[in-house]
Ligand binder design. Structure first.
Ligand code: C2E
Ligand code: MG
Ligand code: MG
Length: 741
């Protein structure tokens, strides 16, 4: 084997090679490198170039030395090439070297570097021509980077594939979920569409987004009618609208609301619905949509109402039955003490009902009860309850009575209406009613007491013989009876000339002269005898009779004025008491003017007295009329002063000449220092306002002296003179005048 040395880079290596003695084959195959450039090229190449002779390295370029990690190319010379091959590839390499060729292909293997590390390379072995099959040239290139890149590529490819696989799996899963969700949605849609309950989907804007078929069937409104409208658009009953407002509040507070109410279909038909509405919110609590579910509960409601009706109403008359009646009484009795009003309870029973049943039969009896019901309902006021307690017994609850007396007019109306003839299937039937009345709180504040009292009052009405009403309290019955007698008697009093006027003189304390007289009405009833005005005047006020009788009194007073003049007396002013009702009459002042003109009485001959309390009740109108009378020259006095709570400012406003101190103050003037103070104040006030002050009801000398001491202008009272008829008064005045002269 020839000795070859690497001369190192830069010079001569290749030329030496060119001079290799290939043992006689020189001529056949001379290596034909031309010059140093070729050497340079190979030596500086980035790939491995190596020449081996008989498997041993005889030349190695620098890149090769680097690949094999030998410190320099010289160190590799003479070494077996396969020593540098990784054991794993060594056999392959040996075979290729033996074959002197890799058949023009690159053979991938690994070098076993001097430093022990493996290095991926690709080599191509080619026979060196002319070496007698001993030498080979080896070209190698570093594929470590490529491998690494490939490996990385492979890795990343693997990763990518794994990721894609994962994605694919996720995608499959998602597709499956979506399919299932879609199935579910389709399924739910089918379910919703076929539900018997109406479902309304409402957007966050509170407008309907969709309705199902049941909604249209239930309400008559189609999808087109409903969509884009607020969910309550179909709530058309007043009850429903009221409930809708409450619904909003519930929805805002709880996010849920449920309620039942009667509603109207599009065609106006009535149906009952149970509506539940739920708000669905996002994680922030913002409403995303609402769902309304409506059930038609008409049948249920009707059943409920039927049951309620049977439990609470009488099936024959349709009136509340005993049970509902008791509930209502309980309720109203509980409320009554909080009002200033009274509660009346009336038991009405038909006299002769049993007879109708027995003679005409029960069907006619039923008919009578039905017709009676109609008549009773026509009698009562709004707010009253008519109930049937059983048999021929009815009851009327009257809340809101201003006085117990109000019940009497209703009782009378019922007596009158029931007493009218009934026609039962062509049969004329006459019955009457008996009525028992109890008043809350007068006759009790407990339901049981009131019922007991009304029942016992009814029993007494029956006992008396029926066709009447009785109050449960005996006193009240007497009072009512008396009023009735008074009313009846008064009706005829005027035409029967049962009224007369008495006169009571008034005395001027300073001059000792009689300043006038007060006309006081007297009524002598043929049945009752003398009735005091305190009893019959209020009844006339109530019936309105006072207007006519008041006119009569004015006329009589004027006539009396003239009569006394004719008798030769000095003119005497006559004071006539007026009722507020008269003052309220239109043209009252004009009427008086006419009367004065007719009778020739000067206005100064007449005085009118009106009580303070009446004035206070109806100030506006009274003041106008009184002012007119005052203007004409008629004297005006404020009667019973001190009982009507008028203030100083009112007094100033009223067109009055005289203040009459109520006799209740005068009565105690000698014993009660408070009354002394009051009288003193009134007198001072009267003087300040330039009004005359008269003290009424002076009965003793002591009272008279006190009043004189306080400078009271006039007095009136039994001490000086009682009210007397015209004749006696004239005699009294004449005697007085004669005495003072
Ligand atoms: P009045 O206008 O305050 O009349 C005074 C009342 O006191 C009269 O009662 C009279 O009899 C009574 N009286 C007079 N002096 C004394 C006394 O010293 N002691 C006592 N205890 N009483 C005395 P009378 O006549 O019973 O009249 C009562 C009320 O009836 C009158 O009160 C008046 O408000 C009303 N009245 C009388 N006549 C008429 C009238 O023609 N029309 C109207 N609207 N009301 C009248
Ligand atoms: Mg008077
Ligand atoms: Mg008086």
């Amino acid at each position: 084997m020839p000795e070859y040395k690497n001369h190192g880079p830069g010079h001569g290596g290749v030329s030496q090679i060119s001079r290799v003695d290939w043992a006689g084959e020189e001529e056949r195959s001379q290596p034909s490198f031309d010059g140093d450039w070729a050497y340079e090229l190979i030596d500086k190449a980035l790939d491995l170039f190596c020449l081996c002779y008989d498997g041993r390295i005889i030349y190695l370029n620098n890149a090769g030395a680097e690949m094999l990690a030998v410190p320099s190319a010289h160190k590799a010379i003479g070494k077996s090439f396969t020593d540098f091959i990784h054991p794993q590839f060594r056999e392959t390499a040996e075979r290729a070297l033996e074959a002197l060729s890799t058949n023009g292909e690159m053979l991938a293997l690994k070098f076993q570097r001097v430093d022990g590390a493996g290095h991926d390379v690709e080599i191509m072995i080619s026979p060196f021509p002319g070496s007698g099959d001993k030498a080979v040239s080896i070209y190698g290139r570093d594929i470590a980077h490529r491998n690494q890149a490939e490996e990385e590529l492979l890795n990343s490819h693997g990763r990518l594939e794994r990721r894609i696989e994962k994605w694919e799996q996720a995608l499959v899963r998602e597709r499956e979920l979506r399919r299932r969700a879609e199935d579910q949605v389709n399924h739910s849609q089918t379910v919703i569409e076929n539900l018997s309950q109406a479902v309304v989907a409402v957007g966050a804007d509170y407008k309907i987004a969709a309705v199902n078929r049941a909604f249209t069937e239930m309400t008559g409104y189609t999808t087109e009618d409903a969509v884009d409208r607020p969910p309550h658009f179909h709530i058309s009953s007043p009850e429903g609208r009221d409930i809708h407002n409450r619904m909003w509040e519930g929805l805002k507070k709880e996010g849920y609301w449920e309620g039942e109410f009667w509603n109207l279909r599009k065609d106006g038909g009535k149906y009952a619905e149970r509506l539940s509405i739920t708000a669905f919110t996002d994680v922030n609590g913002k409403v995303q949509y609402y769902t309304c579910v409506i059930s038609d509960i008409t049948r249920h409601k009707e059943d409920e109402e039927r049951i309620h009706f049977h439990a609470n109403y009488d099936s024959l008359t349709g009136l509340p039955n005993r049970s509902l009646f008791l509930d209502r009484v309980e309720q109203m009795v509980a409320n009554t003490p909080r009002t200033l009003r009274k509660l009346g309870l009336m038991f009405v029973s038909l006299d002769g009902f049993k007879l109708v049943n027995e003679t005409l039969g029960y069907d006619y009896g039923d008919l009578l009860l039905k017709q009676t019901t109609g008549r009773l309902i026509n009698c009562v006021r709004k707010g009253d309850t008519v109930a049937r307690l059983g048999g021929d017994e009815f009851s009327i609850i009257m809340p809101n009575l201003s006085s117990a007396e109000n019940a009497t007019s209703l009782a009378q109306r019922i007596l009158d209406t029931v007493a009218k003839e009934f026609r039962l299937g062509g049969h004329p039937v006459a019955v009457t009613a008996s009525i028992g009345i109890a008043i809350c709180p007068d006759d009790g504040v407990e339901r049981t007491d009131l019922l007991k009292n009304a029942a016992s009052a009814l029993a007494s009405a029956k006992e008396i013989g029926g066709a009447n009403y009785q109050f449960s309290t005996a006193d009240f019955n007497d009072e009512m009876k008396e009023r009735l007698v008074l009313k009846t008697g008064l009706n005829k009093a005027l035409e029967n000339n049962d009224f007369i006027l008495h006169y009571q003189p008034k005395l001027d304390l300073r001059s000792g002269r009689i300043t006038g007289v007060e006309a006081l009405m007297r009524w002598k009833s043929p049945d009752l005898g003398w009735v005091p005005p305190g009893k019959f005047i209020p009844v006339m006020e109530e019936t309105g009779m006072i207007i006519e009788v008041g006119e009569w009194a004015l006329r009589v007073a004027c006539r009396q004025y003239n009569a006394w003049l004719e008798e030769g007396l000095e003119p005497i002013r006559i004071a006539v008491n007026l009722s507020a009702r008269q003052l309220r009459e239109e043209g009252f002042a004009a009427g008086i003017e006419r009367l004065l003109a007719e009778t020739g009485v000067p206005p100064s001959g007449l005085e009118v007295e009106i009580t303070e309390s009446m004035l206070m009740k109806d100030m506006e109108q009274s003041v106008v009329t009184l002012a007119r009378l005052n203007e004409i020259g008629i004297h005006v006095a404020m009667d019973d002063f001190g009982t009507g709570y008028s203030s100083l400012s009112y007094l100033k406003k009223f067109p009055i000449d005289t203040i009459k101190i109520d006799r209740s103050f005068v009565a105690d003037i000698a014993t009660d220092p408070d009354d002394v103070e009051i009288i003193k104040t009134i007198i001072t006030m009267g003087r300040t306002l330039n009004r005359r002050v008269i003290a009424e009801g002076v009965e003793t000398e002591e009272q008279l002296n006190i009043l004189r001491e306080f400078n009271c202008d006039e007095i009136q009272g039994y001490f000086f003179c009682r009210p007397m008829d015209a004749k006696k008064v004239s005699a009294f005045i004449q005697a007085k005048t004669a005495g003072s002269e």
